[in-house]
Design a protein around this ligand. Structure first.
Ligand SMILES: [Zn+2]
Length: 344
């Protein structure tokens, strides 16, 4: 009898937790606040054939949800964390329903991005919202897939040949045309260190449970180009001091599971001297890209982000990336000179 009572209590507790989770989930703020007002304007497309580069140069970036960012200069194109499939719904995820790249969505996403050939696909860590589509994107675009062992096993599972796989070790530098990429070992956001933890140790063939996409190594990627320097930081964890030796003008920062904006910025955007922050990974990726974006319930507090940037004169400028639009790198904001600040 005692055993039955214990199990009923556990079941009731589990049900109560699920109901609570769903209640918070549905009640979470659905609008992105002043996101649209802060958005960078779309830039003219960079094309090699043009005799002169368009205003602001040829370097363009575009955001495709979560931390998916396409960086291109008219000659070379690099896609970080491409993720168009976005399997839908919280309950399928919680019930471990197997997931797989959706070829039609990936092809539509690449077409919308105007991509027929990519040079590199990079993966900032191997959780499914960063890595799941990467192998297929590399296959469709002829790109080399670069990442840690876990990411390469996602690539192998997608059928990529060894010639299209490039293993990355901490500190590695890759040169691609005018782009120079430096991989800095980073950490995942969240108290658990980013579950599912561990690494993917054999080719991962989809469909697979989301829990098969184990985290692997987490990277910050510095992207240096003659027209500007970017930091792509897909997950809001950090290794203290790791970015201090590096420099970037613009920091693309994961905004999910940020516990302390001042500390996070000090270790990322401010550590590299960035004048502008562009938030990534704030949208609910359990919804497809053709539905209006909303912040990820439980994990993202955009209001706290806006409040910090508004109230901190020393913080970098905050701009946002409009979904699926190519933008030029924002210029440094006119300096708030010391004379405009009250004397100490
Ligand atoms: Zn993750």
């Amino acid at each position: 009898m005692g055993r039955v009572a214990r199990w009923s209590r556990r079941l009731l507790l589990a049900l109560a937790l699920l109901v609570l989770l769903l209640a918070v989930w549905w009640q979470w703020p659905r609008d992105a606040g002043p996101y649209a007002e802060l958005a960078l304007p779309a830039a003219p497309q960079a094309r090699t054939a043009e005799p002169a580069p368009p205003p602001g140069g040829r370097l363009r970036l575009s955001w495709w949800g979560v931390s998916a960012v396409l960086v291109e200069d008219g000659r070379n194109a690099i896609f970080i964390d491409p993720f168009f499939t976005r399997p839908e719904g919280l309950l399928p995820l919680l019930s471990y329903r197997p997931i797989a790249p959706n070829r039609a969505r990936v092809q539509a996403g690449l077409a919308a991005a105007g991509v027929d050939a990519l040079d590199l696909v990079l993966v900032s860590h191997a959780h499914y919202d960063h890595s799941m589509d990467a192998g297929l994107v590399a296959q469709l675009s002829g790109a080399t897939l670069a990442g840690d062992r876990s990411t390469l096993n996602v690539g192998r599972g997608a059928g990529l040949p060894a010639a299209q796989l490039r293993l990355i070790e901490p500190g590695d530098v890759l040169q691609m045309g005018d782009f120079r990429l430096t991989f800095v070992a980073s950490a995942h956001a969240g108290a658990t260190g980013g579950r599912p933890l561990g690494s993917i140790d054999s080719p991962l063939q989809p469909p697979a449970r989301y829990s098969a996409y184990k985290r692997g190594q987490v990277w910050s990627v510095l992207i240096e180009h003659p027209e500007g320097r970017l930091l792509h930081h897909g997950s809001a964890g950090y290794v203290p001091g790791a970015l201090a030796p590096h420099r970037a003008d613009v920091a693309l920062l994961g905004a999910a599971l940020v516990e302390d904006w001042p500390r996070y910025l000090a270790q990322t955007a401010q550590a590299v001297g960035a004048h502008t922050v562009l938030p990534l990974h704030w949208d609910d990726f359990l919804r497809p890209l053709d539905e209006p974006l909303r912040p990820m319930p439980l994990a993202v507090d955009l209001a706290a982000m806006y409040a910090h940037f508004r109230s901190s004169p020393a913080a970098p400028a905050l701009h946002t990336l409009p979904l699926g639009r190519k933008v030029a790198l924002p210029a440094a904001p006119p300096d708030a000179t010391p004379t405009t600040r009250p004397p100490p």
